[in-house]
Design a protein around this ligand. Sequence first.
Ligand code: UFG
Length: 324
Amino acid sequence: MKRVFVTGGAGYIGSVCVEELLNKGHEVTVFDNLSEGHRSAVDPRASFVEGCLSDAEKIKSALKESNAEAVLHFAAHALVGESMTNPSKYFTNNVANGLKLVDAAVEAGVKKFVFSSTCATYGPPDTIPMTEDLPQRPINPYGESKLMFEKVLRWYKEIHGLDFVAFRYFNAAGAGDKFGEHHKIETHLIPNVLKVALGQAENCQIFGTDYPTPDGTCIRDYIHIVDLAQAHILAMQPDKTGFYNLGNGDGYSVREVIETCEKVTGKKIPVIEKERRPGDPPKLVAAAHRAFNDLGWKPEYPKLQSIIESAWMWHQANPNGYPD
Ligand code: UFG
């Protein structure tokens, strides 16, 4: 059993990870300002502190109180498109506020820092599937902000001896039994497509049909959030440190995702073709062998259809998302 401090534990990925940690017998404190997250997405077995990463004193006192051995840092702004219009929001929260957390972690003697990074740190890759040693050349401020924080962690390991695992997530999707995807403003592909199946929207949009891909739409590697959560638990093993991709190694185009949603829901999903969305790389697909070999990670739900099935179950059970 470990005491774990989870920032962003009321958010989409954090909430599922908190549930898995508690199921494994860990003791969890969630620190979240509820700007994107939901109070009812926090598993009732966890302690909850409402606080913002801009508040260094609050972080320090909450971390001290939790007596945590590990920090899992999910809290961030994570929208590629928004980062192209409001870069300051991304650098402030994801870098400057993150520094307050990592400084507090060093001061409190935390042993392990697990960070939610992203494949957006690579930018358009030279080769597919993408290994961790590819050059990192982000094409949006979101990816840049996460890359900056990766660099902070590398130096803090060297100078302060803080062990870290930085996970470069590909596209998180799907739901657990209890917790799922409810963003206050939804921009992600799968939930927006499922809204049409639920009768909450008339059509979905495809951003760009002229990419250099077989059907002209962007290709992404979708990974089940329960599988992401398991990787975080494995990251807490002693002596594990470094950068790891988390993806399935299968790329699906936007059109293929929509077709799979039609198959899973049995509904016709009308589409509207739009211009490209700024900041989107054409194709991102992971090679995650490092996580398989070093951490013993093995995704349990690698198929897009089972990922979408879990999302569809959750959205049908929670058509308006969380109540708060
Ligand atoms: N898309 C559409 N229509 C929509 C929504 C999205 O065509 O209504 C397209 C996007 O343009 C993109 C693809 O579907 O090509 C996936 O878009 P998402 O918004 O679902 O996801 P992103 O790939 O932009 O970003 C997500 C997370 C990031 C993370 C990234 C890793 O939001 O935090 O995956 O690829 F870094």
